[in-house]
Ligand binder design. Structure first.
Ligand SMILES: *Cc1c(COP(=O)(O)O)cnc(C)c1O
Length: 397
């Protein structure tokens, strides 16, 4: 037998973390790594956060899981809190981002089906998007590398260039049901949509009775500098998928919707055994306790500005390596002039700095939202040392 016990779908590296302390991870060999990856934008409060640990411990001792067949005081409380904090009137809890997007896709289709318009099933999505790895969510993305070996795809998605409002308008037809878009593309390269694009999609949706569904799985929950990124665009979405940071490391996602948008999601149309179990809810409550206030969000924005201006300054020293800095809040990308993965490995293995590669040759920085000056200084030190010692790959002829 040569297959590994862990199904070999990830190219796992030699770093094997066993413990976390605030913004650092400690490996099996006792070495400390600065964590600007945060489990891919998940550990908002860093590692070993006392409030989060306490909430999970307390709930684990009380009640971990019951069925969604019963009433849920825990779920109702968190749902009401999300409703109060956002555009939404109603919430469906999931265990992951892909499931939250899946619920968003079903909500969009059911909205039209409910009105007798079963032919309106097609969702316009955007090139280089990432919506997850289930069959529906890979079908929602145009990225062929995720499709290969899994055909046929789910029908009913039309791909248009990201940030191309004219293209989105031209793609609307008699079967169109809505748009699904990341306000800030994450895996695609930390690319924020423009205000005109997001506001334009809202206007098109209103004009044609389409739903505007946002995938805020990566950019949501304070990551962008506001609780949800849509707030910065001055628009009200119909549906939002959220996950990653929501549990601060404990798996939980949610599909948020307005009452009107959710009109098709009636009894029997959707479900989840684990979704919204009391343990996951307790984790999300603890995360919101920490992040859903003006003080914390202001702090994320000022930290972002400090980090970003240091990065802008830094790339001036390495014009052969870095092209630009982009992103929102503490979701920042440094676009590089070559494939990024070699540099990510170099930073990790030789400088004990964890980052993540993203599309479009982007070095992705999604640190815990609780980084301060000490972590920014340490980050810049490691990044400088890493850039100075890196041998860029030979340009492809
Ligand atoms: C990570 C991600 C997903 C998928 O989330 P999973 O929890 O891995 O299923 C979906 N959309 C976006 C934008 C993401 O970044």
């Amino acid at each position: 037998m040569s297959i590994t016990p862990l199904m070999p779908v990830y190219p796992r590296c030699g770093f094997r973390p066993v413990r976390g302390e605030h913004c650092h991870l400690i490996g099996e060999d006792g070495q400390r790594y600065l964590d600007f990856a945060a489990g891919i934008a998940v550990n908002l409060l860093g590692h070993s956060h006392k409030g989060l640990i306490g909430a999970i411990q307390k709930q684990a001792e009380t009640l971990m899981h019951v069925s969604n067949l019963y009433g849920s005081p825990q779920g109702e409380h968190l749902a009401q809190r999300l409703v109060d904090l956002t555009f939404a009137d109603t919430v469906f809890f999931t265990n992951s981002g892909a499931e939250a997007v899946e619920c968003a896709i079903k909500t969009v289709r059911a909205y039209h089906s409910h009105a007798g318009n079963d032919h309106k099933f097609e969702i316009i999505t955007f090139k280089n998007a990432f919506h997850g790895r289930t069959m529906a969510t890979i079908s929602a993305s145009n990225q062929e590398k995720m499709h290969k070996g899994f055909l046929p795809l789910l029908q009913g998605f039309k791909y248009v260039d990201f940030d191309d409002l004219a293209g989105a308008k031209a793609a609307i037809g008699p079967n169109t049901a809505g748009f699904l878009v990341e306000p800030v593309q994450g895996e695609g390269g930390i690319r924020p949509a423009s205000d005109e694009f997001m506001q334009g999609l809202r206007a098109l949706a209103d004009e044609h009775d389409l739903l505007l569904a946002l995938d805020e799985v990566q950019c949501g929950v304070a990551r962008s500098g506001t609780l949800y990124a849509y707030e910065q665009y001055g628009i009200t979405p119909d549906v939002v998928a959220t996950a990653k940071g929501l549990g601060g490391g404990f798996p939980i996602g949610a599909c948020l919707a307005t009452e009107q948008a959710a009109r098709g999601m009636v009894i029997g149309t959707h479900g989840s055994t684990y979704g919204g179990n009391p343990l996951a809810i307790a984790a999300a409550e603890a995360v919101l306790d920490a992040v859903a206030n003006d003080e914390f969000l202001t702090q994320v924005r000022t930290t972002s500005e400090r980090l970003r201006s240091r990065l802008e300054q830094f790339i001036g020293n390495y014009p052969d390596m870095f092209e630009l800095v982009r992103g929102k809040g503490l979701m920042l990308g440094m676009k590089m002039k070559f494939e990024t993965r070699g540099f990510v490995a170099h930073l990790r293995d030789n400088h004990h700095l964890l980052t993540v590669a993203a599309g479009d040759n982007t070095l992705r920085l999604v640190p815990p939202l609780v980084i301060g000056d000490a972590e920014i200084d340490e980050f810049l030190d490691k990044l400088s040392a890493g850039a100075a010692s890196f041998q860029p790959p030979e340009p492809v002829q």
